[in-house]
Design a protein around this ligand. Sequence first.
Ligand code: SF4
Length: 264
Amino acid sequence: MTLEQKKEIVGQKIAVWFSCGAASAVAARETIRLYGARNSVRVLNNPVMEEGWDNRRFLADVEEWIGRKIETVTHPKWPMASAAAVWEKKRYMAGVRGAPCTALLKKEARQKWEAENPCDWHVLGFHAGESRRHRNFTITERANVLPVLIDAGFTKERCAQILVDAGIRLPEAYALGLPNANCIGCVKATSPTYWNLIRQVAPDVFHARCEQSRRIGARLVEVRKERIFLDELSPDVMGGPLKAIQMPECGIFCEERETAEITQ
Ligand code: SF4
């Protein structure tokens, strides 16, 4: 976006979707810096009960940093925002039909909010390493997205450094070696490396996913191109290293297409 185009954005409504990740935190800050004085900027978050506990601490720190309240957006039919409750009710966790937790707790919650709060622009945490993902999104989903991080050339690493320099501790998930601050034990992941890491860092979550996925019949993990139940996964089996690109933040628009990417 050129400087001239940015200057033309005045008196408009801008929704920033904060996912408790480093990139969307910096995106919120950049949006307020660039557009906050002459536009109405609202920062929104879809909580999910299964996220790491430290995400709430991070959210509070980011609120203080950006000087704005971050509004909570939940689905009216799922006020507790529990992904496990969604899986149980739908009898489906993740697969070719996507993940119902994302579809309901993120996408549909967002759509219901938008129906009551029309916005001119949206801001997501697409960083400088995600230009292609941003472009695809503007083609297939909606064109009115402000690419504040891409325009600034901020990579995911740069966003993390900006936060560290501001004295804000990143969500604990990163220190645990997880590729993002999504739910601990995200059912979109099929990587044995990921699930064996969850077994180590969050054994209670691992066992809960084992129990529920076996009961529902969801083969969550893939080993040598074969889907197996989580409770069949050997602790010694490892896949490739975890890459953030394979597990983008479960943002508001994280939908079936991403599931397809992750399971490739
Ligand atoms: S992070 Fe994973 S488990 Fe959590 S809501 Fe998103 S897709 Fe579902």
